[in-house]
Write a protein that binds this ligand. Structure first.
Ligand code: SAM
Length: 286
């Protein structure tokens, strides 16, 4: 909601956060959603979709480093990656730092997000849309995973909250399709909301994922602009060991890359699967 140079996020009905606006860079209603890119004095450029903060220049590195490098380094031998959503290009950027990856496919439903991010969010994509290893497909992620014959080692669902077009990325159809698209030893991760306020969403994701994957869990990170505490990321694979790679092994793998992260480090990776007791208790009820 926009009232003279103040924008109020509308994710939660009874509380929330606001951002002062230095300048609205672009605002439109695309085929799929309301899109706004604006500048805030403290957080830099912000992309909002359907009234919800998607990403800000100031703290996007936390989210994108944790969603990319935790599964990629846990897997240890990734050749093909699928990114669902991710229209701002930052997940593509982080993934492309792994030189051993041969192909990164990104399936984004809204081409306007890509085109406007190319223009207004240069630090997010850092030119990664033009990386020859990257293939961009405009499609609904559910449709893609249900119909493709391609197979991947890691699938990253860089999805918005389950509102609007994002809702279909939290369905059993989507999770079943992702399981089908993974190679043996593959890993699926998805943003799963700020667990203190979106606990039911995480539980629903957990229950649905358990129908298709042998090992389902969560890991966490704290991203300031995702209001309300730690964000959990859903994790699913068919091999529980993948969630338990120790810090020493992760350090070896990290040092074999050219990564120079600002948030991610191997010790934090290993500890990020440690979750609050109220969250663990809620999972036990499933
Ligand atoms: N980091 C953000 C978050 O945690 O909320 C997500 C950022 S990214 C901008 C989300 C992207 O998912 C958007 O570009 C949106 O257009 C895309 N998207 C939404 N629903 C989709 C769907 N069903 N298939 C593919 N992409 C989708």
């Amino acid at each position: 909601m926009l009232t003279n140079s103040i924008w109020h996020e509308t994710l939660h009905p009874n509380f929330g956060q606001y951002f002062s606006i230095n300048q609205i860079l672009y605002r439109t209603h695309t085929k799929h959603q309301d899109l706004m890119i604006f500048e805030n004095e403290t957080l830099g450029r912000i992309l909002a979709l359907d009234g919800i903060v998607q990403t800000t220049e100031s703290d996007e590195f936390i989210y994108h480093e944790m969603m990319a490098h935790v599964p990629l380094l846990a897997h240890g031998n990734v050749r093909k990656v699928l990114i669902i959503g991710g229209g701002d290009g930052a997940m593509l950027r982080e993934t492309s730092y792994h030189k051993n990856i041969e192909q990164i496919t990104m399936v984004e439903i809204d081409s306007s997000v890509i085109e406007l991010s190319k223009q207004y969010l240069p630090y997010h994509h850092a030119g990664s849309f033009h990386n020859p290893r990257c293939k961009i497909i405009i499609d609904n992620g559910v449709n893609f995973v249900q119909t493709t014959y391609d197979r991947f080692d890691v699938i990253i669902s860089d999805c918005p909250d389950p509102i609007g077009p994002g809702e279909s990325l939290y369905t059993s159809e989507f999770y079943q399709g992702c399981h089908k698209c993974l190679n043996p030893g593959g890993i699926f991760v998805a943003q799963s909301g700020v667990c203190f306020f979106q606990l039911n969403e995480a539980i629903n994701n957990y229950q649905k994922l358990q129908h298709y994957f042998n090992d389902v869990g969560f890991y966490q990170a704290s991203i300031p602009t995702y209001y309300g505490g730690i964000m959990t990321f859903a994790w699913a694979s068919d091999d529980p060991i993948l969630r338990q790679i120790n810090t020493l092994n992760l350090m070896t793998r990290y040092n074999q890359t050219e990564l120079n992260c600002r948030y991610y480090n191997p010790a934090l990776h290993a500890s990020s699967f440690t979750l609050p007791q109220y969250f663990l208790n809620a999972l036990k009820t499933c």
